[in-house]
Design a protein around this ligand. Structure first.
Ligand code: PLP
Length: 385
C-alpha cells in the first residue's frame, strides 16, 4: 500500500471490529473483565498498559514511518522523556543538535541532567562535528531535522552510519517534516519521534506524542516504560490523532505549496534580511533536503531588517495568521522564537545558534495563499509606518 492508503486503512480494519466499524470506536473503559482467572493474562487488562483505540492508532503510526512498531504518548515531550528513561542510565552521554525545540533542551538541561545524563550540543549540519563529539560513554545521538526554528538539516544517513560503528542509538525528531515527507528509519535511524500535536493531529485540537521503531529489543524497552512511566495518550485523543492522520497527505501537499509561494515572496521582499526554508535553492542544505526528504514541508522562518520592536509590530498587525505557539495545524500561525517558543533557552545560547530577536517563525496553513500573502503585506506596512 502507498502512503495515503496506509494512513487511512491501517489500524482501522472493519473486519477486526465487532460491528464492522469503518472508523475505530473510542474505547473508554479503563479496565477489562475476564471470564476466569485463567484469562487474566490474556488480551486487554488495564488501559494504561493497553487500550484498543490506542492500539489502532499505534498500528497506524507504525504504518506511516514504514516501522514495525508505534507507541502513542500524552505529548511529544512525554515521548521524549520515555525514550531517555527507557534507554539511558546515570553517566550516559547524549550528543544533540544545537538547534532543537526549546522544550526539548529544557527537558535535557533542567530535568534529565539532574538524573546524571550528560548532553553535548553540536552543529550537526556537519556530521564530522558529531563524530568528534563521540566519547566512551556516548549512548545516543539526538537530531531534529529540519530543526525548530532555523530549518537546519542533519544528514540522517551519514550520522546513522557513524553511530552504527560506535553502537550509538540515533533518535530523530521528525515533527517538522512529517512522515509524509521524510522517513528517518529508512535512512538508518533507530527511533523516530513526533509531536503528534503538530502535523499528525493537524487541527490544533490534541496534544500527543509518537515513537516509531523497527528493532524488537528497543520496542520492548519502550513499551515497558510506556506503561511503567505512564505518560500514555487517552482513547479520545488517540481517536483525534487517527482522524487527523487520514488527511495528512493532502494537508502536507497544500502546506508545502503555500510555503513555497510564501518563501519566494519573502525572499524578494526589501524588508526581509533572510529566509530559512529548505525548499529554496538559496538554503545552504537544499541539495541534502532534496536527497533525504520527499518535500520541504510547511515551516519557514525569516529575519526582518530591524529588531525585536519591528518584529513585534509585524506579528501584532496580522489578521489571518494567529500569533501563537505550536505548528502543523490547518490554520496559519506566526510567532517570535526569541520571546515565545525558544524563550527558555538563554539569550547568549540562542544567539550562538543564530536565533535573533528579529526572527519570525511561520507555520504556513492550508488557507488560500493569496490571502496569506495579503496578510503578510499588512505586517510589512505596519513596520514601514
Ligand atoms: N519536537 C518539536 C520539533 C516540537 O516543535 C515540539 C513542540 O513544539 C515538541 C517536540 C514537543 O511536543 P509537545 O508540545 O507535543 O510536547
Amino acid at each position: 500500500m502507498k502512503f495515503s492508503t496506509r494512513a487511512i486503512h491501517i489500524g482501522e480494519e472493519p473486519e477486526n471490529t465487532q460491528h464492522g466499524d469503518v472508523v475505530s470506536p473510542i474505547h473508554l473503559s479503563t479496565t477489562f473483565a475476564k471470564k476466569s482467572i485463567r484469562e487474566v493474562e490474556e488480551g486487554y487488562v488495564y488501559s494504561r498498559s493497553g487500550n484498543p483505540t490506542r492500539d489502532s492508532l499505534e498500528r497506524k503510526l507504525a504504518a506511516l514511518e514504514n516501522a514495525k512498531y508505534g507507541l502513542a504518548f500524552s505529548s511529544g515531550l512525554a515521548a521524549e522523556s520515555t525514550v531517555l528513561l527507557a534507554l539511558l542510565k546515570k553517566g550516559d552521554h547524549v550528543i544533540a543538535f544545537d538547534d532543537l525545540y526549546g522544550g526539548t533542551k529544557r527537558l535535557f538541561n533542567q530535568v534529565m541532567e539532574r538524573f546524571g545524563l550528560e548532553f553535548t550540543y553540536v552543529d550537526a549540519r556537519d556530521f564530522e562535528n558529531v563524530r568528534r563529539a563521540i566519547k566512551e560513554n556516548t549512548r545516543m545521538i539526538w537530531l531534529e531535522t529540519p530543526t525548530n526554528p532555523l530549518l537546519k538539516l542533519a544528514d540522517i544517513k551519514g550520522i546513522s552510519e557513524i553511530a552504527q560503528e560506535k553502537n550509538v542509538i540515533v533518535v530523530v525528531d521528525n515533527t517538522f517534516a512529517s512522515p509524509y515527507f521524510q522517513n528517518p528509519l529508512s535512512l538508518g535511524a533507530d527511533i523516530v519521534l513526533h509531536s503528534a500535536t503538530k502535523y499528525l493531529g493537524g487541527h490544533s485540537d490534541v496534544v500527543g506524542g509518537a515513537i516509531m521503531v523497527n528493532d524488537n529489543e528497543l520496542y520492548e524497552k519502550l513499551k515497558f516504560h510506556q506503561n511503567a512511566v505512564g505518560a500514555i495518550l487517552s482513547p479520545f485523543d488517540s481517536w483525534l490523532v487517527m482522524r487527523g492522520i487520514k488527511t495528512l497527505a493532502v494537508r502536507m501537499e497544500k502546506h508545502e505549496k503555500n510555503a513555497i509561494k510564501i518563501a519566494e515572496y519573502l525572499e524578494k521582499h526589501p524588508l526581509v534580511e533572510k529566509v530559512y526554508y529548505p525548499g529554496l535553492p538559496s538554503h545552504p542544505q537544499h541539495e541534502l533536503a532534496k536527497r533525504q526528504m520527499r518535500g520541504f514541508g510547511g515551516m519557514l522562518s525569516f529575519e526582518l531588517k530591524g529588531g525585536l520592536e519591528d518584529a513585534v509590530k509585524f506579528v501584532e498587525s496580522l489578521k489571518i495568521f494567529a500569533l501563537a505557539e505550536s505548528l502543523g495545524g490547518v490554520e496559519s500561525l506566526i510567532e517570535l522564537p526569541a520571546i515565545m517558543t525558544h524563550a527558555s533557552i538563554p539569550k547568549e545560547e540562542r544567539e550562538k545558534v543564530g536565533i535573533k530577536d528579529s526572527l519570525i517563525r511561520v507555520s504556513v496553513g492550508i488557507e488560500d495563499v493569496e490571502d496569506l500573502i495579503e496578510d503578510l503585506e499588512r505586517g510589512f506596512e505596519a513596520v514601514r509606518r
